[in-house]
Design a protein around this ligand. Sequence first.
Ligand code: 6GU
Length: 242
Amino acid sequence: MRIDVITIFPDYLNPLREALLGKAIERDRIAVGVHDLRDWTHDVHRAVDDSPYGGGPGMVMKPQVWGEALDAVCGTEEPMPRLVVPTPAGRPFDQATAIRWSSEQRLVFACGRYEGIDQRVIDDAATRMPVEEVSIGDYVLVGGEVAALVMIEAVARLLPGVLGNPLSAEQDSFSDGLLEGPCYTRPEVWRGRAVPDVLRSGNHAAIDRWRRDQALERTYRRRPELLAELPEGALDKRDRAQ
Ligand code: 6GU
């Protein structure tokens, strides 16, 4: 997969080069390009924003600059990339979105600052490529860069050869619609707290059952709305007895 990010703060994306993602880039599992939006300005001030039509606070990002940037980064060759525009006004990004995007050849993230990008940029791009305006949660960030980091990490860890252990992606919170329960490692007793006996029993059926019950319990207490959203037949008789 190739991922491009267009931003006025390229250094904000430096964490992509760290740790697991950095290793994946080194090993050519993913390619990442970060582009400075101001490279597509033509004026001495390298202006990327202007005041909003209709008045109001804040500034709006200029369509000419974004248009040229997207033309250059997205190109004209098929298959066109999927364009992602992080915005608090977007549809919610979730694990299903990450899974869907993980089979794309190319993703381009257009990171806006200020009040947002002139809407015509998005409407124009959508005539040539799939475009999604997405939010990572119900709070407001200063710009799309941190949201892009979040989404890129969620997608990249699903790609083959990026995670050390491919089973960890399958066993994630959300992969079965439930939160993951607690986990433990050595020592057996720490500050007077013992690891649950069942996890040391060697009885794998009992361990699976216990983990499932813990996941159900935690989901019920912390995110009851997730239980209501489970598909028909997701809970067996034993689950419902919990
Ligand atoms: Cl994707 N962008 C910004 N600027 N703020 C956000 C967001 C995105 N998601 C939640 N808040």
